[in-house]
Design a protein around this ligand. Sequence first.
Ligand code: BDP
Length: 714
Amino acid sequence: MRKQFSFPIILTLFWFSHAGSMAPTPAKEWTDLWLDYRLVSNQPLLQEYRYNLKVLVVSSHSETMELAGAELRRGLRLLLGREVSEGTDFEAANSLVIGARGALPQSILAEVQQELNAAGQEGYVVKTRATPRGKSILIVANHDVGVLRGAFHFLRLLQTQQAIRALAIVSHPRIQYRLLNHWDNLDRSVERGYAGKSLWKWEELPGTIDPRYHDYARANASLGINGVVLNNVNANPDILKPEYLKKVAALADIFRPYGIRIFLSANFSSPISEKFEFEARRRGGIGDLSTSDPLDLHVRSWWKNTVGEIYQLIPDFGGFLVKASSEGMPGPNDYGRTHAEGANMLAEVLEPYGGIVMWRSFVYDADVDPDRTKRAYKEFVPLDGKFHSNVFVQPKNGPLDFQPREPVNPLFGAMPKTPLMLELQLTQEYLGHSTHLVYLAPMWKEYLEFDTHANGAGSTLASIVDGSVHGYPMTGIAGVANTGDDRNWTGHFFAQANWYAFGRLAWDHTLSSEEIADEWIGMSLGNDTTVLSTVRKMMMGSWEACVKYMTPLGLHHIMQEHFHYGPEPSLDKGREDWTSVYYHRAGTTGIGYNRNSSGSNAVSQYFSPVRERFDDLTSCPEEYLLWFHHVPWDYRTKSGRTVWDELCHRYHAGVKYVAHMQENWRSLQPRVDPVVFELVGEKLAQHYRDAGIWRDTCLTYFQRLSGKPIVGDD
Ligand code: BDP
């Protein structure tokens, strides 16, 4: 439970947070995330920073440049504990000079020409420069938004206490579209959201602008996130009504100077009259038609007009995200049309404006194949080459549904002619909501670095997504957001690290999980070496631990129905592909889903030699053992233990890890902010209890089938 604060404490915290005070209480549960800029504690470094950063020279005055200047002024004031002066002399010593190409004097341009070329449209250069009068630091880019991102990068160096004597940084994103997908509904509920209500106050917009919209955009800009889908993929057609578009436009105006474009989830039935009665999610739309058949001319012109209206209000509108013919959502299949026909209809009307379509591949029509994990591949691979050039197909990282661990989605590599936008999930739908401390970067890295062999060795998922394998004309990555209107944005303080890590990896997927953790810890909890090493250790093993106490050895989808928090391995009712027993297939003789070549043959969807590696019981990585194979209870695993004993061992080890995290966290009491200490401590206590429930429920259930004693609880 969240601690209830008394009124004076709330006031104090509010004051500290908003006054940017130098007082020691950093009020971490409040709004500033990793951007609260505390006084540099390392004295020699502080002196060095103060010496080198006496003057700020801002070269021009667009909205974005104002933001960059303000961020640096504020950041330097707090980090250095004193104001920097403003200057106009580009050659001044001990100055910080910021500017975009068009506003820089020739003398500087000549020196950074090459780096600017390498920085590209979105990147930036941070560079130490020798002026005739001494040294200065440049933050320069081809466009203002690059300067803003460079400013955040520079501040990060100070926040994490790096040397700034000889900087030579050129940074540019490896992926073009770096988006957060909000599953936010118009009534402000958030599908799979665990951090309060939606940030978007539709009832107040466009008249009232919540200051948090700016804070949100600022946090994203600090990571280089450049697009936001505002609404749930289970889209309410109302979002395209003029009254809502005005609200959307107000948000677009706020986000624009931060380099963030707006996208919307569109309901495929939008053109249909609301008088049409459908079941469940197939409600009528907002138009006046009786069909949304993508080949119908009236439907096409309805979309053309609607898109025209959107661009009137939002000239840089990004495009549509679409969940179609999936989980009861309407789509082209309702009219006997393909996903490509549906996507292309929207792509054609967006194309003149530079908009795109992100067409999700999360479909699992039971008629396609009895094995749910094979269905999307079977529907989409035949469509490769049939999509318009401004269409992304957007698959989730795994073939099922954001489970604690899955093998990589076989669609990656199998659609060389269709840009694939990777969809990750920040919100911990299946990983303990905002109660469990689970750092997701190691999981995302496992996927990104997985070698699909699509085009020979080295065809990692990352290199498919960033376009290097197939030469995609556009590249993208999306993360289902974990934000809400909770004071700390994400429900769990440590879930902020997942937002941070997603943004950093979207910019540069070659960063390691450790590096990202170190940055986040330094910026969010301080640079005390004990805090750094202890928290890094806690974070780095937390995902693997979660896999162990939830779904070890390749188990999957054994969570409670609907809620998706606790375990329900006995679930055996309703639709087959939503029951736990369909997935674990445990019986008295063994456990696991046979997807090898003697079973559902899901392995055939992978490239050789991955296919053979997964197919063969002895070479299949144990992380995926029960995903691909059904084995007898006394099958020997690599540890020498039987699969039953190994399951017991892993369930226990997972829970023990949470106990270690609790101990480690307790040891940090004198070193971290007291409010954070207490709130995280409370979360960890519940985390420990609930991890134990996972272990006990699953082991008790499986024991009834295996008939063997539960071991390894020492
Ligand atoms: C599932 C969620 C559901 C989403 C769906 C999706 O349980 O709420 O609508 O994915 O991604 O994981 O469309």
